[in-house]
Write a protein that binds this ligand. Structure first.
Ligand code: HXC
Length: 514
C-alpha cells in the first residue's frame, strides 16, 4: 500500500507545482497570484473540492510531447462563497501560458455542465494566451464547446468572469458572453489580437495597456463592468457581488435581515435637487441616502457615467438601481448609456432582482454623431429591456422626465408597478424653454420685451403641462411624494410586490434590436 500512497502523493505534489517554481515566481513578481492562490482567496476557507487535478493532455505535437503537466493549465472544481455553492475554474498561466487545449477545455466544460445542471453560479478566473497553438483546430473546437455552454447557461445561473492576466482570442469571447466581467488594473488585458498583430495588419503602434487594459475596457469599450487594483480586491468583489444574486433563475436573491439603517437622515433628500432646473446635482448622493447603509455596488462605474447602474439592498431586499446622473451630460440618454442600462435591466430581470429607476432625464442625445451611430437602434435596446422585464419595477421621477425618455425609463405604460414623482418633477414632451420657443415663436419675435414675455409663457407652460399633477390625474404616477418619504414607499412597495408573477407571451425568443 505504501507505494500506492506515495505515488499518489508524488502526483498531487507535482500538480500543485503546476508550471514550476520559476514560472510561479514570475507570476508573483508581476503582482499576480497563482491559479490556486486565487481560488483560496475567492472561496470560503477549506471549501474547495478540486476536479480533474490529474488530467493531462495527450498531444504529441511540437513543444507538448515532452511536457505533460497535471491539470493541463486550469484548476477546476466547486466550493462555497458565504456558504452557498459555486463552481469555479482558474486558468494557470504557468502552464503553457494558460492556453486552452483539448484537456483544458474539457475540464472547463465539466464545471459549466455541473453549474447548469445543479443551478449554481459559475466563476471563471481567466489568465490565458488563448487557443493553444500546438493543438490547432482541437483547441478552437474546445473554445466553441465553452461558448455554447456560456450561451445555454446565460440567464439560468449567474456567470462571472475575472480577467487576471493577458487574455487574447478565445480567452476574451467566453467572458464577453458572461454576465459580469471584472478586470485587474495593470496586469490584465483583453484583446482579440495583441499589439504585434495589430501592427502587422494596420501599422498602428499601440501598447497592450492602451489596446486592451482595464481602463480601456472600463471607460471606453464597456467590456469590463468593474476594475480593481489587484487580484485580492477583485476576488473579494466577486464574493460581495454574489450576495445580491440568487443561485439561479428559479431562486430569489437572499434577503438580508441586518443592517437596514441608512447613512443619512431621509430629510436630507428634500434639499438635494436645486430649484433651477438647469443646475445639476449628484444622483449618487440620492442613491446613497436611499439604500441600506453602504450597500451600493456599482456596475460600469466608469462607462457612460450619465447613467448609474448598480446593485444595492433596501430594507434588506436585493435591488437593481438604474438612475440618470444629472451631474454628467445632464443625465441624457446616449448610445453607451442605453446599452449599459439595457444589459443591466436584462440581467436583473433574468435573476429576479427588482428594479428601482430614479429618473431625471432631459431625453435622448440629439445630433449627427449619435444618429449616424444608431441612437435609434441602441436606444431601442433600453426600451425593449424595460418593456420585457417582469420583475417588480418601481420608479421615482426626481426631476425631468421629458419626451421618449419618459416612456423608456420604466413608465407605467410599459408595466411599471409603482411610479412616484417628487413635487418638483417636470413630466412633459420637452423642457419649458424649448416648448415656449416653438409654441410662441411669432409672439416672441414681434415683442419689444421678449425676455419677460418668455418668462410669462414659461410659467404658463409649467402650470399647464410640466408638473407631476397632470400625470397623477391620469394615473400615470401613483402619487406625488416628498423626497423624504421615498425610501419608506419603496421598501413598502418591494414588500407588496414580492410575489409578483407576470409572464410574457409564449415565443421562441424575442428579437431584441441588436
Ligand atoms: C501555446 C502559449 C500561448 C498559446 C502563450 N504561450 N500563449 N503556448 N499557445 N496561445 C506560452 C509561451 O510559449 C510561454 O511558454 C508561456 O506561455 C508564457 O508566454 P510569454 O509569451 O512568455 O508570456 P508574456 O510575455 O506574459 O505574454 C503573454 C501573451 C503572449 C501576451 C499571452 O504569450 C501571446 O501573445 N500569446 C499568443 C496570444 C494569441 O495570439 N493567442 C491565440 C489567439 S487565437 P513557456 O514554455 O516559455 O513558459 C484564439 C482563437 C480562438 O484564441 C478564437 C475563438 C473566437
Amino acid at each position: 500500500m505504501k507505494d500506492y500512497y506515495s505515488d499518489l502523493e508524488r502526483r498531487r505534489k507535482a500538480a500543485q507545482l503546476s508550471g514550476g517554481q520559476s514560472r510561479i515566481d514570475r507570476q508573483h513578481d508581476q503582482g499576480k497570484l497563482t491559479a490556486r492562490e486565487r481560488i483560496t482567496v475567492l472561496l470560503d476557507e477549506e471549501s474547495f473540492t478540486e476536479l480533474g487535478q490529474l488530467v493531462r493532455h495527450h498531444s504529441t505535437d511540437f513543444g507538448l510531447a515532452d511536457r505533460h503537466p497535471y491539470g493541463d493549465g486550469v484548476v477546476t472544481g466547486y466550493g462555497t462563497i458565504h456558504g452557498r455553492l459555486v463552481y469555479v475554474y482558474s486558468q494557470d498561466f504557468t502552464v503553457f501560458g494558460g492556453s486552452l487545449g483539448r484537456a483544458h477545455a474539457s475540464k472547463i466544460v465539466q464545471v459549466q455542465d455541473l453549474a447548469l445542471n445543479n443551478g449554481a453560479p459559475i466563476i471563471g478566473l481567466s489568465d490565458s494566451g488563448g487557443a493553444r497553438i500546438q493543438e490547432g483546430v482541437v483547441s478552437l473546437g474546445g473554445y466553441a464547446d465553452i461558448f455554447l455552454r456560456n450561451t445555454l447557461t446565460s440567464g439560468v445561473v449567474p456567470q462571472i468572469s475575472a480577467i487576471m492576466g493577458p487574455c487574447a482570442g478565445g480567452a476574451v469571447y467566453s467572458p464577453a458572453i458572461t454576465d459580469l466581467v471584472f478586470m485587474v488594473q495593470g496586469t490584465s488585458y483583453m484583446f482579440v489580437t495583441g499589439p504585434d498583430v495589430v501592427h502587422s495588419v494596420t501599422q498602428e503602434e499601440v501598447t497592450s495597456e492602451t489596446l486592451g487594459g482595464a481602463t480601456t475596457h472600463a471607460e471606453r469599450s464597456g467590456v469590463a463592468h468593474a476594475v480593481y487594483p489587484n487580484d485580492v480586491a477583485c476576488l473579494e468583489a466577486i464574493r460581495t457581488v454574489l450576495t445580491y444574486l440568487p443561485q439561479n433563475c428559479e431562486d430569489q436573491p437572499v434577503m438580508h435581515h441586518r443592517n437596514h439603517t441608512t447613512a443619512e437622515n431621509q430629510s436630507n433628500l428634500d434639499s438635494i435637487v436645486p430649484e433651477d432646473p438647469n443646475k445639476s446635482y449628484d444622483m449618487q448622493r440620492v442613491i446613497d441616502v436611499l439604500v441600506d447603509n453602504g450597500s451600493f455596488f456599482s456596475i460600469h462605474d466608469g462607462f457612460a457615467r450619465n447613467l448609474i447602474c448598480g446593485f444595492a439592498k433596501m430594507g434588506g431586499y436585493s435591488i437593481g438601481i438604474v438612475a440618470n446622473q444629472p451631474a454628467h451630460l445632464a443625465g441624457v440618454l446616449d448610445i453607451d448609456a442605453s446599452v449599459k442600462g439595457a444589459r443591466f435591466v436584462r440581467f436583473c430581470d433574468a435573476f429576479n432582482i427588482p428594479l428601482i429607476t430614479l429618473e431625471d432625464v432631459p431625453g435622448f442625445l440629439p445630433g449627427k454623431d449619435q444618429e449616424w451611430r444608431g441612437i435609434i437602434r441602441h436606444g431601442a435596446k433600453l426600451l425593449y429591456a424595460y418593456c420585457e422585464a417582469t420583475v417588480p419595477k418601481l420608479t421615482v421621477i426626481t426631476r425631468k422626465a421629458y419626451g421618449g425618455a419618459y416612456d423608456v425609463m420604466s413608465s407605467k405604460h410599459i408595466r411599471g408597478d409603482l411610479n412616484y414623482a417628487w413635487p418638483n418633477a417636470e413630466i412633459a414632451v420637452m423642457g419649458a424653454k424649448g416648448a415656449v420657443r416653438i409654441l410662441h415663436r411669432n409672439e416672441l419675435k414681434n415683442t419689444t420685451y421678449p425676455e419677460s414675455l418668455e418668462n410669462k409663457f414659461t410659467d404658463q407652460y409649467k402650470e399647464r403641462f410640466s408638473n407631476p399633477y397632470i400625470a397623477a390625474e391620469y394615473g400615470y404616477v401613483d402619487d406625488v411624494i416628498f423626497p423624504h418619504e421615498t425610501r419608506e414607499r419603496l421598501i413598502n412597495g418591494l414588500e407588496m410586490l414580492r410575489n409578483k408573477v407576470v409572464t410574457n407571451p409564449r415565443k421562441k425568443h424575442g428579437n431584441l434590436p441588436l
